[in-house]
Design a protein around this ligand. Structure first.
Ligand code: UGA
Length: 422
């Protein structure tokens, strides 16, 4: 099929290159000229494991452009993959969604053939039918579900694992109203053997939020139990190994530590909370999930202070700045509140991350950044482990004070070792 993708963030680029690998023709539409240029030179616009290889391999199957009209004219299906950031009050900011809908509408105006628009961006329930649909209709002067199709197909890709997740999904969720859209999406996903769940548009939108909210809750639950474990001298990892053996609970995504970050969980849980309040519901559990998550990174500092009572002038090493391993993304990284607190307390910070230092230096230029993890260990009085990069399992921690927020087994050989929930 011929597919166009609006927005070349990690969801858009991975989805597009994934479809290209499955022998579809793909056009990326992005207003950022720099991204367009990069994609057209087969260079990933962001770091994602395995992406560069796949872009090179499928070079003849995709192009990038800023021209909506030509891209939409040429393709059968358009995926909206633009970002949905938070406003100051936590509610969803639809500015990119609205401008994509305007441009798609304008481009559809002169198109004769039926065209399917698919919303892959995470949008609160109601957005597709209440915001995107009327915008496209107004600009195109066409009728949705008759002249053009509109469907929702949420993504469940994890940053850093996005390529693998694209090809091996647990499920594909499709929210659609009319047959032509269902047929197009069925065809596009025909080679996937996982369950395909067809539902209505609003339900598909909610499935995405409920999934992320549940996973975030699972983590905050693990952390709350983990904090109790710590006080009682119990290893939370053994507890969740035992708990996870119940098939109703499942062992994965149950790692206690310093909480969740990234561009999705904090933002999506807050957007769902704002939506709940808008319709007169008090999301008490979700509020607690966020509250636990905001306090959790500070547990690392509390433990550090047990061993280094006054942080002023102390050399504190920070291993890991990305919100999780295998990415250079620092959005909502737990490293941010940790470093902020260390700065406030007057510590001298030396930090290292294999991929995220450049991004971190944009908001914290005042830190000392090391060339390697070894350099951090050699030059600090105490070390904090903030992201569980694989290479941190190979370091020599002997003789050091290490406070671990992410369970790096090797670090247990340190002179003094403390885990946040173990
Ligand atoms: C998350 C979801 O896992 C994806 O399914 C979803 O598509 C994506 O959000 C999205 O909405 O776009 P992502 O944010 O890339 O993916 O990262 P995760 O691997 O889920 O990790 C999120 C955070 O949770 C990280 O900071 C990680 O360290 C933390 N985490 C994860 C834990 O603290 N414990 C765990 O057991 C798992």
């Amino acid at each position: 099929m011929k597919v166009s993708i609006v927005g070349s963030g990690y969801v858009g680029i991975v989805t597009g290159i994934g479809f290209a690998e499955l022998n579809n023709e793909v056009i990326f539409i992005d207003i950022d000229k720099d991204k367009v240029e990069k994609i057209n030179s087969a260079k990933p616009p962001l770091y994602e494991k395995g992406l560069e290889e796949l872009m090179k391999k499928n070079r003849d199957k995709y192009v990038a452009t800023s021209d909506y009209k030509r891209a939409i004219e040429y393709t059968d299906v358009t995926f909206i993959c633009v970002g949905t950031p938070s406003k100051k009050d936590g509610s969803i900011d639809l500015k990119f969604i609205k401008s994509a809908a305007v441009e798609i509408g304008k481009a559809l105006k002169d198109k004769g053939d039926f065209h399917v628009v698919v919303v892959k961006s995470t949008v609160v329930p109601g957005t597709t039918e209440d915001v995107i649909k009327p915008t496209i209709e107004e600009k195109s002067k066409k009728k949705s579900f008759e002249d053009f199709g509109l469907a929702v197909n949420p993504e469940f890709l994890r940053e850093g694992n996005a390529i693998e997740d694209f090809f091996n999904p647990d499920r594909i969720v499709i929210g659609a109203k009319e047959e032509k859209s269902k047929k197009s999406l069925n065809e596009l996903y025909s080679s996937f053997e996982c369950p395909k769940f067809f539902t209505d548009i609003k339900t598909a939108e909610m499935i995405k939020y409920a999934s992320n909210a549940f996973l975030a809750t699972k983590i905050s639950f693990a952390n709350e139990i983990g904090n109790i474990c710590k006080k009682l001298g119990i290893d939370a990892y053994d507890v969740f190994k035992g708990v996870g053996l119940d098939h109703r609970i499942n062992p994965s995504f149950f790692r206690a530590g310093i909480g969740f970050g990234g561009s999705c969980f904090p933002k999506d849980v807050k957007a769902l909370m704002a939506k709940a309040e808008e319709v007169g519901e008090n999301p008490r559990l979700l509020k607690a999930v966020i509250e636990i998550n905001e306090k959790q990174p500070l547990k690392l500092i509390e433990l550090l202070k047990k061993h280094v009572s006054k942080l002023e002038g102390e050399k504190i090493g920070v291993l890991g700045l990305a919100f999780k391993p295998d990415t250079d993304d620092i959005r909502e990284s737990r490293a941010i509140p940790i470093v902020e607190t260390l700065i406030k307390e007057g510590a001298e910070i030396i930090a290292y991350d294999p991929k995220a230092m450049n991004n971190f230096a944009k908001i914290f230029p005042q830190l000392k950044y090391a060339n390697s993890a070894d350099e951090v260990i050699a030059n600090s009085d105490a070390v904090l482990i903030v992201t569980e990069w694989e290479e941190f399992e190979k370091l020599n921690y002997k003789g050091k004070i290490v406070i671990d927020g992410r369970r790096v087994e090797r670090a247990r050989e340190a002179k003094i070792y403390e885990g946040v929930c173990w």
